[in-house]
Design a protein around this ligand. Structure first.
Ligand code: NA7
Length: 558
């Protein structure tokens, strides 16, 4: 039996970039809040993903909170694309700077969240036996936080060191002198492989699908440019807000890749490849790149040609060359000498599309062709993205279905921020929002601000319940589906589509209508009296936010 641990206005699940900002914002508005975090520290994605080479693919100055001028001016980045250790230091700096830790309970995983219609409260139970109640829940659980481990027969028998990139140990792992196997060639593996290859005696990469990748040309931060960015911050931020992907500094795409002469097009692609602007530089070359297969193939062929020119062994180059999938329809990785790594004598590539892995053995693994032995095996096999963490929590309404049941055919939400039938629950960068298709940190800030403004609005109106109507939700889901279908996104077997998880419904989960449009819509909906939402209350005095707490909130050890 759980003991009643405390009642709050808001329970926030997760202490990553979303949860920390939610706590900051809630406190600012005078709400009581407790953050529950499974890890032993802040950072979320950047706490767990400590694998060698982990790095952000958005430039550091833009992958920083915008909300506090002081914070922006107190922190300087050392590299153009921040590495995981520096990003984690930044997040810890934010937690200390705003004294956030005292309201965070670490090492605590939420196991269920149940909404009771009569009390108008969420009961949130944890694996530590706590039972919290709160009028509102903010699910700041991240889009890539539930690692996916393939169900290989024999995985439990493996006697070497086994890692998943999304649950990397805190201690440094040294692969010197080891035979190492890596399964996967997604964005994570593409960052990890060049680093591990430098240490390992031999590295064997098991590839199911070849991937495109763009060099980041990472370099020390340009302090002059970063100072200028800050000096012009308002204008830069405004540009980002009016952009498709929440970023500034990329020139507008040209109209069509089909309109430029081949030489000019090649020069333009070459310029973007060399710029180190990575994913966004390449995908914003032409306006029709992600909607017209012919235009897309011109960019894809440019990258294929790059692979052939970098990788010396033609057979390896051929295997590394992606075919039959549009470039950018899967997350386009940004790398540091990924393709070059296959020119090393101590790296080999195994095609597990033609010879699949049959089982993991005590010493390594066996494909349909042969056995391999390793001292260490690394699963870079990705995540149950966007819905994994939400569904793992057993979210339900006491009188209604579970979230799992409600999302049996794929996630359904209104704006990616609330779910019909689940009142007072906000999903930060949830499925149905632009989230992973834009600069995450600006997406997070916009969602958190929207959610906290909403709770504040309800309080000011003497209300304490809000949920989207089924109709508004259906319309949004349909709109998001239509938008995705005008693009090439549904053509790839990506985690955006849920295609990486056996049995997961195939639905394009993020909203791909662009940040500017989405932001405006969110604001219009509020201006229109929270169009598409139903509000009511007050339902219960104990849950009324304007009433003093009946039981004082117990202090947690700091
Ligand atoms: P991804 O992008 O989902 O990549 C996972 C990789 O693992 C990919 O190459 C998969 O091959 C491979 N994979 C997954 N399951 C299997 C099985 N069962 N057998 C063999 N190979 C498998 O995850 P990442 O962690 O790299 O990146 C996630 C995001 O983090 C990234 O997009 C950035 O936004 C940050 P497949 O392509 O499915 O054939």
């Amino acid at each position: 039996m759980s003991a009643e641990t405390g009642q709050f206005d808001v329970i926030v699940v997760g202490a990553g970039l979303s949860g920390l900002y939610a706590l900051y914002r809630l406190r600012e508005r005078g709400f009581t809040a407790r953050v529950l975090e499974a890890g032993s520290g802040v950072g979320g994605t950047w706490y767990w993903n400590r694998y060698p080479g982990a790095r952000c693919d958005v430039e550091s100055v833009q992958y920083s909170y915008s909300f506090s001028k002081e914070l922006r001016q107190e922190w300087t980045w050392s590299e153009r694309y921040g590495g995981q250790p520096e990003i984690l230091r930044y997040i810890n700096f934010v937690a200390d700077r705003f004294d956030l830790r005292r309201d965070i309970q670490f090492n605590t995983r939420v196991v269920s969240a149940v909404f009771n219609d009569e009390t108008n409260l969420w009961s949130v139970e944890t694996d530590q036996g706590d039972l919290f109640s709160a009028t509102y829940c903010i699910m700041a659980t991240g889009c890539l936080s539930t690692p996916y481990e393939p169900d290989y027969p024999g995985l439990g028998d493996y006697q070497g060191d086994l890692y998943h990139t999304g649950r990397w140990p805190h201690e440094e792992v040294d692969f010197s002198g080891m035979r190492v196997g890596v399964i996967g060639t997604g964005a994570t593996a593409i960052q990890l492989i060049p680093v591990v290859a430098k240490q390992a005696q031999h590295l064997t990469v098991f590839q199911r699908t070849a991937n495109y990748s763009i060099p980041g040309h990472n370099q020390p931060a340009d302090s002059e440019a970063d100072r200028e960015f800050e000096a012009n911050f308002d204008a830069r931020y405004d540009k980002a807000r009016h952009s498709f992907a929440g970023m500034s500094g990329y020139s507008s795409p040209r109209v069509s890749a089909l309109e430029d002469e081949p030489a000019e097009r090649n020069r333009y692609f070459e310029e973007r490849w060399a710029s180190g602007g990575g994913t966004f530089a390449m995908l914003t070359t032409y306006r029709d790149l992600l909607v017209n297969p012919e235009a897309n193939d011109l960019a894809a062929e440019f990258v294929r040609e790059k692979i052939r020119s970098i990788v010396k062994d033609p057979a390896v180059a051929e295997l590394l060359t992606p075919r039959n999938q549009p470039i950018g329809a899967k997350r386009l990785p940004v790398d540091t000498f990924y393709f070059e790594t296959y020119n090393r004598d101590n790296v080999s590539l195994v095609d597990i599309r033609s010879a699949p892995i049959e089982r993991v053995t005590a010493k390594g693994l066996r494909t349909s062709e042969r056995a391999y032995e390793f001292d260490a095996l690394i699963l870079a096999t990705g995540f149950d993205a966007m819905t994994g963490a939400l569904l793992a929590m057993n979210v339900r309404r006491e009188s209604g279905p579970t979230l799992k049941e409600a999302w049996a055919e794929g996630p359904k939400s209104y704006l990616g921020i609330m779910v019909a039938g689940f009142p007072n629950m906000f999903t930060i960068t949830g499925p149905g929002s632009p989230s992973v298709k834009m600069n995450m940190i600006y997406a997070i800030e916009q969602h958190v601000e929207w959610a906290v403004d909403c709770i504040d609005h309800l309080r000011s109106q003497g209300l304490d319940r809000i949920a989207p109507t089924e109709t508004a939700q259906e319309d949004w889901v349909e709109h998001a589906r239509e938008v995705a279908e005008t693009t090439l996104m549904p053509e790839a077997d990506s985690w955006y589509m849920g295609a990486n998880i056996p049995g997961k419904p195939r639905v394009f989960m993020p909203y791909f209508g662009g940040f500017e449009r989405y932001w405006q819509l969110c604001n219009e909906i509020v201006a229109d009296g929270y169009r598409g939402f139903e509000t009511s209350g007050p339902h219960d005095l104990a849950a009324n936010l304007t009433e003093p707490r009946k039981d004082p909130v117990p202090a947690l050890p700091s």
